[in-house]
Design a protein around this ligand. Sequence first.
Ligand code: ATP
Ligand code: MG
Length: 551
Amino acid sequence: MQQGMDDGSNIDYENAQVAFDEGGRPFIILRDQGKTKRLRGLEAHKANILAARAVANVLRSSLGPTGMDKMLVSGDQEVTVTNDGATILEKMEVDHQIGKLLVELSQSQDNEIGDGTTGVVVLAGSLLEEAEKLLDKGIHPIRISRGFDKAAEVAVQRLDEISDIMEWSPDNLKPLLQTAETTLGSKIIYRYQKQMAKIAVDAVVAVADLERKDVNFDLIKVEGKVGARLEDTMLVKGIILDKPMAHPQMQKEIKDAKIAILTCPFEPPKPKTKTELRISTPEAYQKLYEAEQKYFVDQVKACKDSGATLVLCQWGFDDEANHLLLSHDLPAVRWVGGVELELIAIATGGRIVPRFSELAPEKLGFAGSVKEVEFGTASDRMLVIEGCPNSRAVTVFVRAGNQMVVDEAVRSLHDAMCVTRNLIKDNRIVYGGGSCEMACSLRINDESNSDNTVEQYAMRAFADALEAVPLALAENSGFSPVAALSELKAEQIKTKNPYLGIDCLQRGHMDMKKQRVFETLIGKKQQILLATQLVRMILKIDDVMTPAEYA
Ligand SMILES: Nc1ncnc2c1ncn2[C@@H]1O[C@H](COP(=O)(O)OP(=O)(O)OP(=O)(O)O)[C@@H](O)[C@H]1O
Ligand SMILES: [Mg+2]
């Protein structure tokens, strides 16, 4: 029963004020009576925890390499199938305010780290579940928060202890590849795990500044196009132009290309106002025809004279010009978009030329190679421009049979690229499969015994909450969850090996170091810190006022 409402009259006396009318009769003024709903104290805590757990429960079944995917249909019937925690929550359109905090939690893991967005929510949900039990025991939320904080500190320390350094170099990318593979292992595209991991790692390493240990993601352009197969996905160390050569018989590959970048069309100049041309004799017609032809010849010659070996044109060209270009052995591309033209101009160091008369050798762009590539059908052709002097930019070109898979592949590659970037920043890793969570849980349990305040209960609860990760992994793999968890716990205690985790893929042993299940240390730390922070925040809320119609 809420405070101030215990006389059964349903009047919230805290919001009430007594006033007197002109006759001296008392009356009660109530502020917002009936408009807001209010929850306080334990009731507020419980309602919040319930809402947050409901959101977290949705994600539990998506955790791990054997986790399920979710299909989300938006209001306008757009379908998304994904395994990415942040995307699931984003598309779920969570309405509840506390639920939204979890969505943000997952998003902040996504922004900072990129991977681990499911795990962080599962952990937060489990921490809240444990917190609720403690609240029921009568422990004050602030004590719970403090206990959780202490436990998180112990966990982070333990993670540091059990972390390993991954030595890698541009000649030895194997450690990066293996970590990216673990990330991709839980995604829809896991069948091409090795190929995709290589693409992600190569892309990041190509643009990474190894001295500053920094990666500028702006230099990596990820483009998806429906068509072809997932395994046709490729990394281009340059720019992709979604256009074929103007004529199918033109040269397909140009080495050391000198590129003329034109914004003028290959055609005779047209009068701007309405004009009428009268031709009365066949000779006059012949003359006109010849004069027109000369324009084409001159234009092609201007390109040839400047030394260009490839022409990119913003406009279309006449068939006549196309034929002439072909016969002069000058490959050309028409209808190149303005944005792409600019991008190519910057990357190749060329100038955009608006008139044929302005063409000059120094205005040409340069590229190591320009190639026309074909996918599946002949109509699916595009140009790959590589070896540009002014740009280290790379393009990951994702192909798949439908938009849904293209989108998910783009998201998964993003996760893998983030993990690679994180490893470049900090090359320490921990082992996955719930092994590090279990190791932290055991350490927190030990430490809690030496704490003689009420907070020891909260620390133990935190230790229990960490077990949610291996528990969910076991459950999703079809094992008997509690049995698998207790076996794991017993083994870790017996062997003192912190690398033992859940053998999701049933490879026959639990050692995640041998199974090569790697996660970045910063990612794991971030998960624990963010989840704890969020739980503390929720525990500090003891009064919820919402407009009644939403409550
Ligand atoms: N081969 C494996 N064997 C056991 N556990 C694994 C294996 N591969 C990954 N895992 C574990 O699965 C969990 C990661 O699952 P998943 O990728 O679905 O979620 P996430 O990384 O938290 O979120 P998201 O990838 O959606 O951002 C980690 O705990 C990781 O250790
Ligand atoms: Mg992941």
